[in-house]
Design a protein around this ligand. Structure first.
Ligand code: GL2
Length: 853
């Protein structure tokens, strides 16, 4: 800090005692200034990209004012803080959202119209920051928006990957992954903080010695030290003056270096080895809901967890007269999936080894501060790290985990007897050829609360994923250690920004935009659900969205779509459990039915455009074949003069947040068709319905709760129920697994090569997909139609027929669409985050008054 006696601080304060003004003319001035002085362009010569960047800096000034003042306010009020630890944030573009949340829509619009520019054009210049895979990462981003909007003192912590989620190109129908160096052109919304760095040690060894007071102590020494540097991303709330922070860590070489290693001869090599530190935060692993035991991945996890915990503990000990016993009154940490769960051991290390808190107290504090969210029932997503790897990379943590486990097992033995089978299930260590550490078990043990993300998912966690833990919790009288927190989405991005026409309708009919922070207000729309004036405005809104979608599909797929057709969309990661395969098999069936009809009969059928999009993990072979199949089916159907007027299908490349913002508002129907019990929640289902789309879905994840809220008539449900799955699978294994004749016909067409375009490779791949579905008893394991495509197919056809019949009655459809969209209050992340804050974190809103400066 500067010397306050010497530097004229008071004078500086006076110079800065007003906020940046927000009238259009001041915005224009600030824009011109940034063009010249920040970007080194001139006012007379700049590109649209420069304009975007300068506008971004105008916003950043305002975000910074709010961020700094909010931080000061939280500090002054000495509030309890929440910290969200997540390896992924699928943030999407900042600009439009920041303008809306800062309440600058009107002056910004005017300012740029005055300069002859359309704001929308600027929005398109922004790279789409994609630091996440799918639903889990997007959920984290929606959560941040709600935390700020609810004025909760909560921050996000994560990794500033240089390369985000890959860009997907489709070449000859196949996915090609291209690197996404999103920071290449600089992001005006982030604030690099070279002043905020923490050392993070990896590898090395543990020695014992004495501290300066002569006490016995543990030292973790040697290995390599990487510096974590903070990049702050302000998150403004809507209708509040609070702006929170998403702090992302970038790996840098440590500032200190060992002179001995810098022998003149090996200078270049020594620099190179330091430069390697940067690889740590270079790339996001593009795996969704699967676990890959890569060492770099564990390094990334530990890197960001350690930096984040050091940062939040530093903040804690800066509080005047802090006492360690008060840590749980001031700090709540949420671990998003197993990715950050090394936090359990790192918190213990920081408290015991660095802060010299006694083990027992440290464990008490750790288990009171940390919480864990499980996001999937797929066992392959629960991370397990080889003991050998942890021992090498984090030797001190292995000791800590070992000690924790020892105490834990003793406790269990007392309860259940020395040799109870429960003990091996609950142990943090998994025995076997390769001994492993189960991060899920470590997380549950170290957490105050554990939560699932939809009602059905939380029940599955209790009964199937962690049954022994749940029993243990019940046995010790704490069944509510496992709680449900149904997911949500933010209506600011997913209605207001994505669908301005719909937002305007809500605000007009309800008389204010209060619904944007209190979605229960939307219930007020229900009384208009049969109002013909609203119907015509509603349909006009859909037409507007479909026109935007048509332009988008033309650009991305070079396909013309009929805007009067029923728009049917499935966008999500490509995964066998999500059953994009079933969707495309149905499209083939629909095509076959159309072909059978006379031209006159065809005229009477409902026109449909089916759009499917999503990325496949790069090593996921079957998912990639499914993409190829969808592309190839499109090539045949879209060109067929008999049918192309009635049915089109396209694979939309590079599905991402900004694509979702165009696609979701335009849909009539969207497909959420996972096998019952496999999709933990799903969140795009919520976005579609909020935008007046209806759902074809299974009784899975949040579909079940959406149906409860919106009414059974708004959803086209099909397929078996979760409790029936095991029975169907057992019968299938014993040979009883009939294939519907309509599906047989689809399989036959695929086997005939109707969609192979004479490409032998594709033909073999498509047949392998079909064979696999039919080959139920492969090698005596459940390796055939694991996700019950065959068994659910007939009822899927029925559901689609109900969609067509209902859509034929436009007034009825419109009514259902209004009814559903107006009943979605439960699925705002404002509701979700309020529950987390009240039930799990004990964090209260701290509303910053504007007079604060
Ligand atoms: C997921 C689940 O698969 C998905 O159903 C859920 O909605 C989200 C958010 O809770 O989490 N789990 C996961 O690993 N990914 C998800 O999208 N990637």
């Amino acid at each position: 800090e500067v010397d306050g006696d010497k530097v004229k601080l008071e004078k500086l304060w006076k110079l800065m005692d007003t906020y940046e003004p927000n009238d259009p003319e001041s915005i224009q001035k600030s824009f011109a200034r940034h063009l010249e002085y920040s970007l080194a362009c001139t006012r007379f010569n700049f590109t649209m990209e420069d304009a975007y960047r300068a506008a971004g800096l105008v916003l950043r000034d305002r975000l910074l004012e709010s961020l700094n003042d909010t931080n000061d306010y939280y500090r002054k009020m000495d509030v309890k803080r929440g910290y969200y630890l997540s390896a992924e944030y699928l943030i999407g573009r900042h600009m439009q959202n920041a303008i809306a949340n800062l309440d600058l829509e009107q002056p910004f619009k005017e300012a740029f119209i005055g300069l002859g520019m359309e704001l929308e054009e600027l929005f398109h210049e922004e790279a789409d920051p994609a630091l996440g895979n799918g639903g889990l990462g997007r959920l984290a981003a929606c959560f941040l928006d709600s935390m700020a909007t609810l004025s909760l003192p909560c921050w996000g912590y994560g990794i500033r990957y240089s390369y985000g989620m890959f860009k997907q190109e489709i070449q000859n129908g196949r996915q090609v992954e291209c690197p996404d160096f999103w920071i290449g052109d600089g992001c005006p919304f982030e604030i690099p903080r070279p002043d905020i760095t923490y050392p993070v040690r990896l590898y090395g060894e543990v020695t014992h010695g004495e501290d300066e007071k002569g006490n016995w102590c543990v030292n973790w020494v040697g290995g390599e030290i990487v510096q974590a540097m903070a990049y702050d991303n302000p998150i403004p709330g809507f209708d509040t003056y609070n702006t929170n922070n998403l702090r992302l860590w970038r790996a840098c070489p440590s500032k200190e270096f060992d002179l001995d290693m810098f022998s003149a001869a090996a200078y270049a090599d020594s620099v190179e080895s330091r430069r390697k530190a940067e690889d740590l935060s270079a790339v996001l692993y593009p795996n969704d809901a699967t676990y890959e035991g890569k060492e770099l991945r564990l390094r990334q996890q530990y890197f960001f967890v350690s930096a984040s915990l050091q940062d939040l503990l530093r903040d804690f000990i800066k509080r005047p007269n802090y006492k360690w016993s008060e840590l749980p009154e001031k700090v709540a940490v949420q671990m998003n999936d197993t990715h950050p769960t090394i936090a359990v051991a790192e918190m213990m290390r920081l408290l015991v080894d660095v802060m010299h808190v006694h083990w027992e107290e440290a464990w008490d504090l750790t288990t009171k501060c940390l919480n864990y969210t499980n996001h999937t029932v797929m066992p392959e997503a629960l991370e397990k790290w080889p003991v050998e790897m942890i021992e090498r990379m984090l030797p001190r943590h292995l000791q800590i985990i070992g000690e924790l486990n020892l105490r834990w097992i003793k406790d269990l033995q007392k309860k259940y007897g020395d040799h109870s089978p429960v003990i091996s299930a609950l142990s943090i260590f998994e025995e076997g050829d390769i001994k492993k550490i189960r991060m899920g078990n470590l997380a549950i043990m170290g957490a105050n609360k554990v939560n699932g993300v939809a009602a059905i998912h939380t029940e599955i966690i209790k009964k199937e994923t962690f049954p022994e833990f749940y029993k243990y919790c019940c046995d010790i009288g704490k069944p509510d250690k496992i709680v449900n927190m149904t997911n949500g989405v933010t209506p600011r991005r997913w209605v207001h920004c994505a669908n301005p026409a719909l937002s305007a309708i809500f605000t007009k009919y309800l008389g204010s935009h209060e619904w944007l922070t209190d979605m229960t207000k939307l219930k007020g729309m229900l009384k208009f659900k049969e109002d013909s004036k609203l119907h015509s405005e509603w349909m006009e809104m859909k037409r507007e969205c479909k026109a935007k979608l048509a332009a988008f599909v033309k650009e991305k797929c070079d396909l013309d779509i009929d805007q009067d057709a029923l728009i049917d969309i499935q966008i999500k990661r490509i995964h066998e459990y999500k059953r994009q395969l079933m969707n495309i098999l149905y499209v083939i069936h629909r095509y076959q039915e159309l072909k059978k009809k006379s031209p006159g009969e065809r005229e009477k059928t409902q026109k449909r455009v089916v759009l499917i999009g999503g990325k496949a993990a790069s090593a996921y072979v079957n998912a990639k074949i499914i993409i190829k199949l969808i592309s190839n089916v499109g090539k045949v159907i879209n060109k067929d003069p008999d049918t192309s007027k009635y049915l089109k299908v396209a694979f939309v490349p590079n599905y991402c947040v900004s694509a979702a913002q165009v696609m979701i508002p335009a849909s009539d129907i969207s497909e959420h068709i996972s096998t019952a019990g496999t999709e933990a929640s799903g969140t795009s289902n919520m976005k579609f319905v909020m935008n007046g789309g209806l759902i074809v879905g299974t009784m899975d994840g949040a579909n079940i709760e959406i149906r409860e809220e919106c009414g059974e008539d708004t959803m086209f449900i099909f397929g078996c129920l979760e409790h029936q799955v095991a029975d169907i699978a057992a019968k299938a294994k014993s040979g009883h697994y009939p294939i519907d004749s309509r599906l047989q016909a689809v399989f036959q067409a695929i086997r005939n090569g109707d969609f192979s375009h004479g490409e032998p490779e594709a033909q073999a791949e498509f047949c392998s997909l079909v064979d696999r579905l039919c080959n139920i008893q492969a090698a005596g394991t459940w390796d055939g139609d694991k996700y019950l495509v065959i068994s659910d197919f007939p009822s899927f056809i029925d559901a689609q027929a109900r969609v067509d019949a209902t859509y034929a009655d436009k007034a009825k459809w419109c009514k259902l669409s209004i009814q559903a969209a107006s009943s979605m209050a439960k699925f705002s992340t404002d509701r979700t985050i309020k529950e987390y804050a009240e039930v799990i974190w004990g964090v209260k809103p701290a509303v910053r008054p504007l007079e604060d400066r």
